[in-house]
Design a protein around this ligand. Sequence first.
Ligand SMILES: Nc1ncnc2c1ncn2[C@@H]1O[C@H](COP(=O)(O)OP(=O)(O)OP(=O)(O)O)[C@@H](O)[C@H]1O
Length: 294
Amino acid sequence: MTEENAAENRGEAAVIASSGRSAPAVAVDVRDVTRTFEARSGVVHALSDVSLQVAAGEFVSLIGPSGCGKSTLLRLIADLDQPTSGAIEVFGKPARTAREGGDYGIAFQQAGLLPWRSVQANIELPLELHGVGKAARRERARELLDMVGLAEFAGHQPAQLSGGMQQRVAIARALAEKPSLLLMDEPFGALDEMTRERLQTELLRIRADTNAAVVFVTHSIPEAVYLSDRVVVMSPRPGRVTEIVPVSLGRAADRDDDLREDGQFFDGVAAVREALHSAHGEPVESGGKGVDLR
Ligand SMILES: Nc1ncnc2c1ncn2[C@@H]1O[C@H](COP(=O)(O)OP(=O)(O)OP(=O)(O)O)[C@@H](O)[C@H]1O
């Protein structure tokens, strides 16, 4: 794929950014990052010399076997943890500054909603923490509830919603501050296949509307291919980036459910599958630990 095609796939934000008229073209810049943990059993080398750039407006998935450091990398980008060595910048700023400035929203596998707050109050929470006034908070929450199709459930408690609905609330909350970057760690991992597909399509639409860059951790190859501009394939621990597979399925706004039965989609799935198996040093026929080949 040519750079122009890649830029086109990444969407307008990257194009605007590369022309120098808008925000920095690079949303995330990870340089030579290593993370080791001191565990009881000894030193755990979670990440080794990882470098990765994500452009503004680009959707990048991280895929690799269980324990290869995907969540660790996401947490480092989010400034929830610090690298042992190396550096991370988010929109040209240290990760901490980006966190304090609310430059990114974050969503995990468990929706993580506060059970005692209503759906609307959960969505308003990041705005409340940053001192946004009541009327503005309410208006933004209403917009987001519309966006994720939950306007009627504003006053419900999280426990009254299904898992998929709760995850939509979590995505709405992550979008509350109009972040230019979304960090998502297996956000659809706990959902049934139908709900998962629906939310994938919804995420594509939200991304087309907001032009946010996304770093998305998943175990599912089809999910990574359906959503991404590029799929970053990681090796078993210590996690390294072994290959970056470009996906040529067009802009988020042009992707829909029919794509799941398209030859180009299957080609993308095959390319990621092969890259994963090379990273494991395994023949393509066998399943990789912790990776969903469906
Ligand atoms: N706080 C910690 N202390 C010790 N070891 C840790 C810590 N956090 C992560 N690890 C180890 O680092 C490695 C990478 O973990 P991480 O959760 O990033 O992997 P992952 O690729 O996200 O795994 P999975 O796909 O199973 O969620 C694992 O071996 C894990 O046990």
